[in-house]
Every structure is written in C-alpha cells, then in structure tokens.
Design a protein around this ligand. Structure first.
Ligand code: CU
Length: 119
C-alpha cells in the first residue's frame, strides 16, 4: 500500500476518535443510590440516578428488576439531571437497574447496573 494511503487511514482514525470523544458529552450515569455494584443492608425507599446532562423527562426512564427478571419498581420520573425510581420492600437479593435517557442535546444513551440488598 502506498505511504499516502497509510496517512489517509491515520487521518480517518483520528477523525473517528475525535467524534467518539465528543459523543461522551451525552447523558451518562454519574452516580447512583444505592451505588453501582453496592450492597445495602435493607430495601432503599427509591433508586436515584444522577446523570452528566439534563434529561428529557418524557423520553427518559428506568426499571428495577429482581434476579428472576421480574419488575419490582413502581415507576420512574426524571427532572433535571436526576432520575428517581420507586421501589418498596425489596427483600434480600440482587437487583438490576436498566435505564434509558434522552438528554436535552437529543442524544440517546442507555445502561444498566446492579445492586444487592442483603446482610
Ligand atoms: Cu450528547
């Protein structure tokens, strides 16, 4: 392959890298309560997610499921950079939080994490 083609590929790779870095301004999960991967001693009253960008409430939401995959939440709401998911009386076990977000810059993101209730 001629040397000029190598340079073109390098320039393209750099351009892709720049675009991918810019994409990281989307609403990503900044922190959560219960924290990602944490163990809490008793059922939380709700799960709270904090994002890196403000959310469009109508197009952002989350669910909490137990280890069997059944939903155990009572609904979610978003305001500003915060999303809240109602839960009640979670017994000991592992729970999965699945979230999707549309940030005010119109970019969609989604993710999941788990936490544990137990002793
Ligand atoms: Cu974005």
């Amino acid at each position: 392959m001629p040397e000029s083609n190598h340079l073109t590929i390098a320039a393209l790779a750099l351009a892709v890298l720049v675009v991918a870095t810019g994409a990281e301004a989307h609403a990503r999960l900044d922190s959560a309560s219960p924290a990602v991967g944490s163990t809490v001693g008793s059922s939380p009253g709700q799960v709270t997610l904090h994002f890196t960008e403000a959310l469009e409430p109508k197009f952002s939401g989350a669910t909490v499921s137990n280890a069997a995959g059944a939903r155990v939440d009572t609904g979610s709401s978003a305001s500003g950079t915060t999303m809240r998911i109602g839960v009640k009386g979670l017994g000991p076990g592992t729970y999965s939080v699945n979230w999707h977000a549309l940030s005010v810059d119109t970019h969609k993101t989604q993710g999941s994490f788990s936490f544990h209730v137990g002793k």
